[in-house]
Design a protein around this ligand. Structure first.
Ligand SMILES: Cc1cc2nc3c(=O)[nH]c(=O)nc-3n(C[C@H](O)[C@H](O)[C@H](O)COP(=O)(O)O)c2cc1C
Length: 267
């Protein structure tokens, strides 16, 4: 199959999904690459279109065993037309549950043909110095695997005459998908005296929950707990409030999900 453009669509508040996508793109090695980083709200205004001559790589982090709920509306505007697609989820070494099958189902409903899927591990968004979880993942081995997976996909695509000849991957997961927990206001960020009001947190928040004029306040109704503001703060002035559910969950993850999980492919 002749692919003209590799389209990379990804959401990555703390950068681990973006790192996996970059490594896969290296292995895929197409000359023309379109980068569609939908992390920030303004990038989610336009629908993405792709034809049968494009290869789409769509990648999202796992939130509660599902795709992040805020991405569903954008994903449901994808305009695909027999487009070959590779679906990737990145999870924090607990479990990816139904996220990959959910992503694959939406892409299929929108007119794509899923050629393969993969689940990679990234440092858990809730990981902290006190309760580390999958720290520094994806590491060099993970990125080598991602590049290698990209290379395998490229070889398979090059060998296909038509998308109709592509074998369909067996993507794991249950339908109906794992139920989402009801979402109430989320008030878990504390800001200490180290904050110099630089505003980087507000610039990097994927849901605009931090008011540029009131940087120490995070809107609990908008916050999605992605922890981007904690990880990007150059002064390390932002953290989870002691005793909050996020801190409790980080402790649980640290104690129960310490054993290293490896990337898995469905191809
Ligand atoms: C709200 C929320 C829910 C999460 N749920 C899961 C989960 O169910 N399983 C898991 O292993 N990791 C979970 N994670 C961790 C992320 O999937 C993981 O850290 C991922 O690498 C973050 O991607 P990013 O760096 O591209 O933002 C969750 C993170 C957040 C913020």
């Amino acid at each position: 199959m002749n692919i003209r453009t590799l389209k990379l669509a990804y959401f990555s508040p703390t950068g681990t999904t973006a790192a996996v996508v970059e490594a896969m793109a290296k292995g895929l090695d197409y000359d023309v690459v379109e980068d569609v980083d939908i992390t920030m709200p303004e990038e989610r205004q336009e629908p993405l279109q792709a034809s049968a001559e494009d290869l789409l790589l769509v990648a999202v982090p796992v939130y509660g065993g599902r795709i992040p709920f805020l991405l569903e509306p954008w994903l449901r505007t994808l305009e695909l037309d027999g487009t070959p697609v590779v679906c990737v989820v990145v999870y924090g070494n607990r479990a990816f549950e139904d996220a990959l099958i959910e992503l694959s189902d939406i892409v299929t409903e929108r007119g794509g043909t899923v050629l393969g899927g993969a689940a990679f591990v990234g440092e858990h968004s809730f990981s902290s110095e006190e309760y580390p979880v999958a720290v520094d993942r994806p590491d060099a081995d993970d990125l080598r695997s991602a590049e290698d997976f990209g290379r395998q996909v490229r070889e398979a695509v090059d060998a296909l005459d038509s998308i109709d000849d592509a074998p369909r991957p067996d993507i794991p997961g249950d339908r109906p998908y794992k139920e989402r927990k009801p979402r109430g206001p989320v008030d878990f960020i504390q800001v200490d005296d180290g904050c110099v009001l630089c505003g980087i947190c507000a610039e990097q928040c994927p849901v605009g929950a931090i008011d540029e004029k009131d940087l120490k306040h995070t809107d609990p109704d908008k916050c999605i707990m992605c922890c981007a503001c904690i990880k990007v703060c150059p002064e390390h002035a932002r953290s989870a409030k002691p005793g909050c559910p996020v801190e409790g969950f980080a402790k649980w993850l640290n104690e129960n999900c310490a054993e290293r999980k490896e990337p898995t492919y469905f191809f």
